[in-house]
Write a protein that binds this ligand. Structure first.
Ligand code: PMP
Length: 361
């Protein structure tokens, strides 16, 4: 059998592993931070009607500039943005890939604060960009001082701030984001994939965009919008950044079906986001209950919780899987990560994890 090593693959990709969150069919899947609530049926019907209309025109290429969709995202985000500030792609992973293609590349560096979203390193590798994982403070927090010191030390071409951070859930203060944006020479991406789950009143980095042409705020429809399967991510930035991304995207990268579906979802954003408060409530329930059981739940502004105090994370992961509950072993010693699901799913997780509690209650 041919192995990867037998192929003339790029040297810098040798020995690397692909993104590999397990995909298993289980009753309770709480491992990839999806919104586990299905989209409302009335919205689904409208999306189907829009997709049906688009199908009748599939003989033609889609709008390469996806102008209607960009306008709809600008309207959703507010902050006086218009379509010239918006970019979108097949998931925010592809949005981030475009950023790395345009602003990273061989001889350039991208910096983030580890542990953070694993795709940053993989997208850097794929684009020949050197990835630098700088350390965080205690409890996975990130103060302006720590962040700025790393930026000064490494002088990266791209900084990626994950706010709140995956896999730790840690919220990132607007002070830290501002300090990094002001200290960095290069592009600063704030990945706000989970922003809608932040505590109400948490300021978005969108508030910092004015007069900062190197600041980029990336978002996704995969989480709060319950639209992961549609693959739609987007960003807001200076129109010049958007022009740079046009240089690296594939022509017509957003299919007519994707554009129609996303426009349908955005037309009903209130209904699509209706479960966010409920999910935030389940997150708080997980934090409180895990702490009561003697685990250590880290501060979360997302729809998931990282918790420590697990003796043998892999064994607990497997034991829960045997009960049909899939969570995430992200390889952090003593830690596991769980997504806040529906009330029933969350209950199933909490009942199962209680058997592994460090302290008797
Ligand atoms: N950023 C972060 C922090 C994420 O956790 C994820 C998905 N797990 C993404 C980006 C990518 O999401 P998508 O490509 O579905 O938009």
């Amino acid at each position: 059998m041919t192995s990867l090593d037998d192929l003339p693959i790029r040297d810098d990709l040798r020995g690397r592993a692909p993104y590999g969150a397990p995909q298993k069919s289980v009753p309770v899947a709480l491992n990839v931070n999806e919104n586990t609530h299905p989209i409302p049926e009335a919205v689904a019907h409208d999306i189907v009607a829009r997709v049906a209309a688009a199908i009748l025109q599939l003989n033609r290429y889609p709008d390469r500039e996806f102008t209607d969709l960009r306008r709809a995202f600008a309207g959703y985000l507010g902050h006086s943005l218009d379509e010239s500030n918006i970019w979108a792609a097949n998931g925010s992973n592809e949005v981030l890939q475009h950023v790395l293609q345009a602003f990273g590349g061989p001889g350039r560096t991208a910096l983030g604060f580890a542990p953070t979203y694993s795709m940053y390193g993989l997208l850097s590798a794929g684009t020949g960009t050197e990835w630098i994982g700088a350390p965080r403070d205690a409890e996975f927090e990130l103060t302006p001082e720590t962040a700025v010191a790393a930026v000064r030390e490494h002088d990266p071409d791209i900084v990626i701030l994950c706010a709140p951070n995956n896999p730790t859930g840690t919220p990132l203060s607007i002070e830290t984001i501002t300090a990094v944006a002001d200290a960095a020479r290069g592009i600063v991406v704030v990945d706000e994939a989970y922003h809608e789950f932040a505590d109400p009143g948490t300021p978005s980095a969108l508030t910092l965009l004015e007069d900062r042409p190197r600041l980029v705020v990336s978002r996704t429809m995969s989480k709060a919008f319950a639209f992961a399967g549609a693959r739609v991510g987007y960003l807001a930035a200076d129109p010049a950044v958007v022009d740079a991304l046009r240089l690296v995207r594939l022509p017509y990268h957003l299919s007519a079906l994707t554009q129609a579906a996303a426009l349908g979802a955005l037309a009903h954003s209130d209904q699509m986001l209706a479960m966010v408060d409920e999910i935030r409530g389940q997150r708080e329930r997980i934090v409180a209950e895990l702490d009561r059981l003697g685990f250590h739940a880290y501060r979360s502004g997302a729809n998931f919780v990282l918790f420590g105090g697990v003796d043998d994370p892999h064994a607990v992961f497997e034991a829960l899987l045997e009960r049909g509950i899939l969570i995430r072993d992200i390889g952090l010693p003593g830690c596991l990560r769980v997504t806040a699901g529906t009330e029933t799913e969350t209950t199933a997780f909490l009942e199962a994890i209680a058997a592994f509690a460090p302290a008797s209650v």
